[in-house]
Design a protein around this ligand. Structure first.
Ligand code: UDX
Length: 457
């Protein structure tokens, strides 16, 4: 199915910078994080956008201004764009594309049973829209897809008068609108400079210096390589944090010292309970799978995935140690359920993986999350931080929501059976927790005893 990557790798730079952002007719297929953000942001850049999804209930909700995902600024932008008529929603893919000069595919590529990316949505939509596309339109893959998929789409569309291109999306949940409108870079993989320029023009003048135009295979791979690199970096810092605990160093200081090196930089060096979310887990697996298919081993990426699982087990063990070595029959209060703060997404959440380990070892877990997710098997969800802590033997801080850091720890301690805390994101200052009477365990803070003594002075 996938074409071998071409050996001829053109590396164009943009030869023309447009003077203004000419409004274009755009169809966005898919109303997930990427699709909704792309649709709303492209509308805000002056384009006429129609966004399609096969889920009728989702389209009905969106048409009423109800946005099903928690994403800063997105609901307001969608409502604003629909009100002024630059954005509308439809349940028909063919209707959406039939008048569009550009079609963005923003479809899910979930992890298949063997770790590969499941391309069934991409395949079905490409087959469906082919006959309805306008001559000279461009179909642009924004979904994270294995190398070769854009050519696969081209073959399924089967139209000589339509171009295909790759323009991967790098937005992070929680800052999606800002990431889309002020990206570090816009990667465009196209078969000709003309097509690349047409796509670059969609983002407006100010974005163009950030456009990097490459061949299609490289564009597709840049997305996977970026996510795998970031995941590796996090696994590295989480591993160093464990080492800090053993040798009496402090990961916060180590990260700061490392990040001050311009070659390293300070981002993505915050220790945590492990990485999760809708992208890193599936994209690392898909990259491993893709590489194996062409006989290429990626031992570092494999080790990163394994070490991340091991790290989550290490965090669960820390919780057990904090209550004397075993969590059997212990009540664990968990603050945070989502895979990180600022989202209501619980996909591959480290909090939930660790909660599963703890319940497997005999604990009960009562959790609170500010995004108030729906029922989750195996844990009891409550509606406040205090309620989660009532009668608890240990508080496990899993996610870095700002409202946790501002909690009144003395009052929280009052409702707990034992004032014990494992803070997997180092949300709290150690002296603050200790002054509120907590036995505090942070992450990667080796010389805890000295810090405790210091705070007691
Ligand atoms: C990621 C990529 O950043 C984004 O470019 C891509 O398009 C989709 O995948 P996202 O999944 O929204 O975005 O989350 P991100 O902010 O990257 O965090 C991923 C995981 O790493 C989370 O579990 C987060 O808590 C963890 N993390 C991140 C840390 O533990 N420490 C850090 O310093 C940063």
């Amino acid at each position: 199915m996938l074409e071998e990557p071409s050996l001829a790798v053109p590396q164009w730079s943009l030869t023309r910078i447009s003077q203004f952002c000419e409004p274009q007719r755009i169809a966005v297929i898919g109303t997930g994080y990427v699709g909704l953000t792309a649709a709303a942001c492209l509308a805000s850049l002056n384009h006429d956008v129609v966004c399609a999804d096969i889920s009728e209930s989702r389209i009905e909700q969106l048409s009423k201004g109800i946005v099903p995902i928690l994403e800063e600024g997105l609901s307001d932008l969608i409502r604003e764009m629909t009100t002024i008529g630059r954005l509308r929603f439809t349940g028909s893919n063919s209707e959406a594309v039939s008048n569009a000069q550009f079609v963005f595919l923003c479809l899910p590529t979930p992890e298949g049973a063997d770790g590969s990316a499941d391309l069934s949505a991409i395949e079905a939509v490409s087959l469906e829209i082919g006959p309805y596309l306008l001559a000279n339109s461009v179909v642009i893959n924004k979904s994270t897809v294995p190398v070769g998929t854009t050519f696969f789409v081209r073959d399924l569309i089967d139209r000589d008068d339509v171009d295909v291109a790759s323009n991967p999306e790098f937005l992070s949940e929680g800052s999606a609108v800002r990431d889309f409108l002020q990206p570090d870079r816009i990667i465009i993989g196209a078969q000709s400079p003309d097509v690349a320029i047409r796509i670059a023009d969609l983002y407006g003048d100010s974005s163009q210096p950030r456009c990097i135009v490459v061949d299609i295979a490289s564009a597709e791979l840049i997305k996977y390589a970026s996510n795998a690199y970031l995941a590796t970096r996090l696994t590295f810092i989480n591993s160093i944090a464990c080492f800090c605990e053993a040798v009496g160093a402090d990961i916060r200081t180590v990260s700061q010292g490392m990040g001050a090196d311009r070659r390293i930089g300070p981002s993505f060096l915050n220790v945590g309970p492990g990485w999760g979310g809708s992208c890193f887990p599936k994209d690392t697996q898909a990259l491993i799978h893709m590489a194996e298919k062409v006989g290429c081993q990626l031992p570092l990426v494999k080790a990163t995935v394994e070490a991340n699982d091991e790290h989550m087990r290490h965090v669960a063990t820390k919780v057990a140690r904090a209550v004397g070595g075993s969590v059997t029959n212990k009540a664990v209060a968990m603050w945070g359920v989502t895979f990180k703060a600022g989202t209501n997404d619980i996909r591959y959440s480290p909090a939930l993986k660790i909660a599963n380990l703890l319940t497997g070892w005999g604990a009960t877990v009562t959790a609170y999350d500010p995004s108030m997710p729906g029922p989750i098997e195996g844990i009891r969800l409550v509606s406040s931080k205090e309620e989660a802590c009532r009668g608890a033997d240990v508080l496990f801080v899993a996610t870095e929501w700002p409202e946790f850091a501002s909690a009144d720890l003395a009052a929280i301690g009052e409702v707990m059976s034992n004032r014990v805390m494992v803070d997997s994101r180092n949300v709290f200052a150690i002296d603050e927790a200790i002054n509120a009477g907590f036995e505090y365990t942070g992450m990667g803070i080796g010389n805890m005893r000295a810090l405790v003594d210091e705070s007691a002075k």
